[in-house]
Design a protein. Structure first.
Length: 349
């Protein structure tokens, strides 16, 4: 167990917000968690689990003990006639994990290429892109209870997956459900079907298919298309600080959608399997005139209104307060015009 004091967190959050951790513990193996919990000073202290830092907004220094998950490992753990089961350490980079599966001849994750963050954070957010969500490929995960120190395993049904949601984002209720702040994910297993078929339901992928004339793209080609599309639309966190899509795409009833379409015929919307309609949050924000606007050093990305960015650099960058002030102003505008309250995706610390 490696314990560090007064650690700058700017390198560990993709928004590049300046903040410090009073105490940071690097978790390289499961035994490090047990050692931490047994420590008379660190064990009882509040804790914050940090993966790749791609889905957080830091509004100040972190007083809780920051657990930086760096458990590595990639392996095939099982195989059947129908699927491969691959396992990753929670500290593995998600995009690199996707590339590794394709290099091994095991497709299925290609639509989620280039999503920032770690494998261990993927179930928390139930990450997804271009028609595929983590829950579509999820098998099980291992975690450690930060209150009792007990290891446990969860299968998909126990994770409470929803749109950008899971049991890991909710506090325990009267029935004991909810693992927010309580679980540290150590390993994740994914089921990759051998009967692979391309997922091309999104317009951007259909356009790329038409442009290339490729009727039956391979998983690698879809991976490359997704990377090209994302790079054209979204800023690279290494160049411009950001946390990716800042707001969830809201869902409404068909009646609500029809009412909005009557006023805004060009609104981008998608009919879901359950009969509800998903609206493009980026379109709503753009329609309210926010694209390219700023509050302090926090701004709305010029190419994609769904992304908030840090326009500054180093110690002169955006603060977490500026980011949240901008976010709340956007929420107010969208609500006043459309009657829809946008929900932020990142965790605010």
């Amino acid at each position: 167990m490696l314990v560090e004091k007064n650690v700058p967190l700017q390198p560990y959050n993709t928004f590049r917000i300046v903040a410090r951790a009073q105490t940071l513990v690097r978790v390289l193996r499961e035994a490090d968690v047990q050692a931490l919990l047994a420590d008379p000073e660190l064990g009882p202290a509040p804790k914050f689990v940090l993966g790749g830092g791609s889905n957080i907004v830091l509004t100040g220094d972190v007083k809780a003990v920051v657990l930086k998950v760096e458990i590595m490992g990639r392996r095939l753990v099982a195989e059947s006639d129908k699927a491969w089961i691959v396992e990753f350490g929670a500290g593995e980079n998600w995009h690199e994990a996707v590339g590794w599966t394709l290099a091994q001849g095991r497709p299925g994750l290609e639509n989620m290429a280039l999503i920032p963050g770690t494998v261990g954070a993927a179930p928390v957010q139930n990450i997804g892109a271009y028609g595929v969500e983590l829950q579509d490929r999820f098998e099980s995960l291992d975690a450690i209870d930060l209150q009792t120190g007990r290891p446990f395993t969860l299968e998909a049904a126990q994770c409470g997956f929803g749109y950008r949601d899971s049991v890991f984002k909710h506090a325990a209720g009267p029935q004991g459900l909810g693992l927010a702040g309580r679980a540290l994910i150590t390993r994740v297993r994914l089921r990759l079907p051998k009967a692979w078929k391309p997922e091309l339901g999104y317009l951007d992928l259909q356009r790329r298919q038409a442009e290339t004339g490729i009727e039956r793209p391979t998983a690698q080609q879809i991976h490359d298309w997704v990377c090209e599309i994302r790079r054209a639309k979204l800023p690279d966190p290494a160049v411009i600080g950001n946390a990716g899509s800042f707001f969830k795409n809201p869902t409404v009833t068909p009646e609500q959608c029809a009412d909005i379409i009557a006023r805004e015929p060009k609104i981008v919307h998608y009919l879901l399997d359950d009969g509800t309609v998903k609206l493009a949050a980026g379109w709503l924000i753009d329609a309210c005139g926010w694209k390219g606007k700023s509050i302090g050093q926090a701004g709305v990305y010029e190419k994609q209104a769904l992304v908030l960015v840090n326009r500054g650099g180093g110690d002169n960058g955006a603060t977490g307060g500026e980011v949240m002030t901008l976010a709340k102003a956007i929420q107010t505008s969208v609500y006043e015009r459309f009657g829809i309250l946008l929900e932020p995706e990142p965790v605010v610390i």
